[in-house]
Design a protein around this ligand. Structure first.
Ligand code: PHE
Length: 347
């Protein structure tokens, strides 16, 4: 009877050895990450693991079997341990291969963005005006009739109010057709002296072509104080043009008309490309028109409750696209609004 039980124990242990061996190999084969190895180690090779459990069964084995069984168990333990170690080293070597970094390799260069040529030009121009003592002011793109036209002395039937030129919003607002409304907006909030430049987008309902677009940029200038004269205007504009175009540029004032200035002028600069000899860019005239300007009309002063007897001032408005196109040799204004990276990369 006793012998039977021992026999059974022996067979059972031998079966269990095979079973443990099989389980271990399966578990090890499934391991995907190093962390899972820890669990296998505990389950099979730990102090309370399955192999240790088998050893503790030795007490119930007849003496004559102990030697054989002991050897079997030792063999199992050694085999599992060495399989386990092999797996561990497989892991450590493969992960270290993955994470290996060669610090001497040159880095990947990230494509760099750049400022749009219009932004660059506006920034350049504003910084020149700031050096000349101008503050920067902004106004809204959706304007009222009062600021865009009426306060600027546009007669009620002036053709610029025509639906052809002006975009109206559904609520009766106006997409400003120029930056001049920033003049009266600023003046209605500030007492003189006033010396500002106001950059921004303006909108006109014009047929789109290589030369005109439904939106473009202007920089408005305004200087109001006691005793400001046309000579101040000329001096400032001349200095600005030299700083922007270079010291050899020539400037010409042509008489013109704007409702909000009197007298009014348009300013031409000598063509930067041919130096005034005549070429394609200046249409053989040697001159390029860059801005409108003039002395602030007394009616504009009155509209914002400035005393025209006490104060005088000048204003100017320059078209940014024209200046940028001339400077960069761009012959189609639409390219400045298409945001084609390949095109813009050039500048
Ligand atoms: N607002 C005018 C335009 O858009 C330009 C201008 C500004 C003229 C200031 C005179 C004074 O054409």
């Amino acid at each position: 009877m006793m012998g039977d039980k021992y026999e059974k124990n022996c067979d059972m242990i031998k079966d269990t050895i095979l079973e443990v061996q099989k389980q271990f190999k399966e578990a090890l084969a499934k391991v995907q990450e190093a962390l899972a190895l820890e669990e296998i180690k505990n389950t099979f090779l730990g102090r309370k693991g399955k192999v240790a459990g088998l050893f503790s069964m030795m007490g119930e084995v007849p003496a004559e079997e102990k030697k054989d069984l002991g050897q079997l168990l030792n063999k199992l333990k050694i085999e599992l341990q060495s399989d386990f170690d092999a797996k561990v080293s497989e892991f450590t070597s493969s992960t270290s291969k993955k994470e290996w970094v060669d610090y001497t390799l040159p880095g990947y260069s990230m494509p760099k963005g750049s400022r749009h040529p219009l932004t660059q030009a506006v920034d350049d121009m504003l910084s020149i005006f700031q050096r000349l003592g101008f503050d920067i002011a902004y106004g809204p793109e959706v304007e009222t009739d009062w600021f865009n036209f009426e306060s600027l002395n546009f007669p009620p039937n002036h053709p610029a109010r025509d639906m052809q030129d002006t975009f109206y919003t559904e609520g009766g607002g106006i997409l400003r057709t120029h930056t001049s409304p920033v003049q009266t907006r600023y003046m209605s909030k500030h007492e003189p002296p006033v010396r500002i430049v106001a950059p921004g987008r303006v909108f006109r309902n014009e047929a789109i072509s290589a030369r005109s677009y439904c939106l473009f940029h202007q920089i408005e200038g305004l200087y109001i104080d006691t005793d400001i004269t046309f000579a101040d205007l000329k001096g400032t504009i001349e200095l600005f043009c030299r700083m922007y175009y270079g010291k050899d540029v020539k400037i010409k004032f042509r008489t013109s008309y704007f409702p909000f200035t009197e007298p009014s002028a348009e300013i031409d600069v000598s063509c930067f490309l041919c130096g005034g000899k005549g070429c394609r860019v200046c249409k053989n005239t040697g001159w390029l028109e860059i801005m409108g300007c003039g002395m602030v009309d007394p009616n504009v002063m009155k509209a914002v409750n400035y005393d025209p007897e006490k104060y005088t001032g000048y204003a100017f408005g320059l078209g940014v696209e024209r200046m940028v196109m001339m400077r960069l040799g761009i012959n189609d204004i639409r390219t400045l609004f298409e945001n084609d990276v390949e095109f813009l990369k050039q500048f």
